[in-house]
Design a protein around this ligand. Structure first.
Ligand SMILES: Cc1ncc(COP(=O)(O)O)c(C=O)c1O
Length: 324
């Protein structure tokens, strides 16, 4: 299936139209092998050596995600945390990085703890404010600017294209945790990002039945090779069954996210005028700071209202209303 001739929703639904070349099965099998046969001269010309580095079951889901995000390569990981931390471990002690004050709490904790002890100089900023990013980057010293947009849990939104410009002028890479937006709503690589990260545990899989992470690179370069090596050396690979399940979940990514958007918008509008609710945090509401930037960058307002009402993942909306 040629990804240039099909809509993104069709590429996802057809999982790139891959057919198993041996059996002609329309759903390629799960490969359980942990190791691969050597050639007679002791080589590995199949390109596969050992399943801590790679597994053929990853190929289809990685190719599909790469096509959806518009990058040449993707890597699946054992979790969103292992995918994200690989991006920092690929740097060197002493490197300066800029990260948001509002971001997934466990990654912020890891950056402030392990990554800092390991030697990274981590500077947390209000990443929805471009001035704050510009003031923090140090040309030639800052190696990575990390964004999460919309950010968990406030849904703060950052202008990815403008942040990419700031990062690149300083000689830094821009990585974007796009877990909340998904490629249905935002394609960070088109906006200048170098790396897109996902907690595939969330919308990409969509069924709350696995933990997975993924990276998509804008280029197959030396940094990308390091990320691949880190996954192989640390063994933070996805299980083969989870990779297969993730591919199955991603087939319905578009209808699930589109439906979640409709539900979120309906709930946000309802709660915005509810007398028991102080504030609704939802990037699609005109009252939300960052609303216009979000609207100009995303296909439609995606994430759920949060703090007083929230919808998570797929399936029936789970929401809770409370006073702050
Ligand atoms: C925005 C975001 N990034 C990263 C993560 C970490 O992903 P995982 O739980 O798959 O390790 C999460 C988890 O909730 C998240 O919400």
């Amino acid at each position: 299936m040629n990804d240039k001739n099909f809509a993104a929703a069709s590429l996802a639904a057809q999982a790139m139209g891959w057919i198993d070349p041996v059996t002609k099965a329309v759903v390629p099998p799960i490969h359980m092998a942990s190791t691969y046969q050597r050639d007679e001269d002791n080589g590995f010309r199949s390109g596969r050596i050992y399943a801590r580095a790679d597994n053929p079951t990853f190929d289809q889901v990685e190719a599909t995600l790469a096509a959806l995000e518009g990058g040449p390569k993707a890597l699946v990981f054992s979790s969103g945390m292992s995918a994200a931390s690989a991006c920092f471990l690929a740097l060197a002690p002493g490197d300066h990085i800029v990260a948001p004050k509002v971001m997934y709490w466990s990654l912020r904790h890891w950056l402030a703890g392990f990554a800092t002890q390991w030697g990274l100089k981590v500077e947390f900023v209000d990443a929805d404010k471009l001035d704050a990013i510009a003031a923090a980057v140090n040309p030639g010293v800052t190696k990575l600017v990390w964004l999460e947009t919309p950010a968990n849990p406030t849904w703060a939104v950052t202008d990815i294209a403008a942040a990419a410009d700031i990062a690149h002028k300083a000689g830094a890479l821009l990585a974007v945790d796009s877990t909340v937006a998904t490629p249905v709503l935002t394609r960070p690589i088109e906006l200048g990002a170098d790396i897109v990260m996902h907690s595939a545990t969330k919308y990409l899989n969509g069924h709350s039945d696995l933990i997975a992470g993924a990276l998509v690179g804008a280029r197959d370069d030396a940094y990308w090779a390091k990320l691949r090596t880190i996954r192989a050396q640390l063994g933070t690979i996805l299980g083969q069954t989870e990779a297969w399940l993730l591919m199955r979940g991603m087939r319905t990514l578009f209808p699930r996210v589109q439906w979640a958007c409709r539900s979120a918008e309906m709930l946000a509008q309802k709660f915005a005028t509810h007398p028991m609710v102080d504030q609704v945090l939802y990037p699609g509401l005109p009252s939300f700071s960052g609303c216009c930037r979000c609207a100009s960058r995303a296909a439609s307002a995606g994430p759920s209202p949060r703090r007083h009402a929230s919808i998570c993942g797929s399936g029936p909306p789970r929401w809770a209303a409370s006073r702050a």
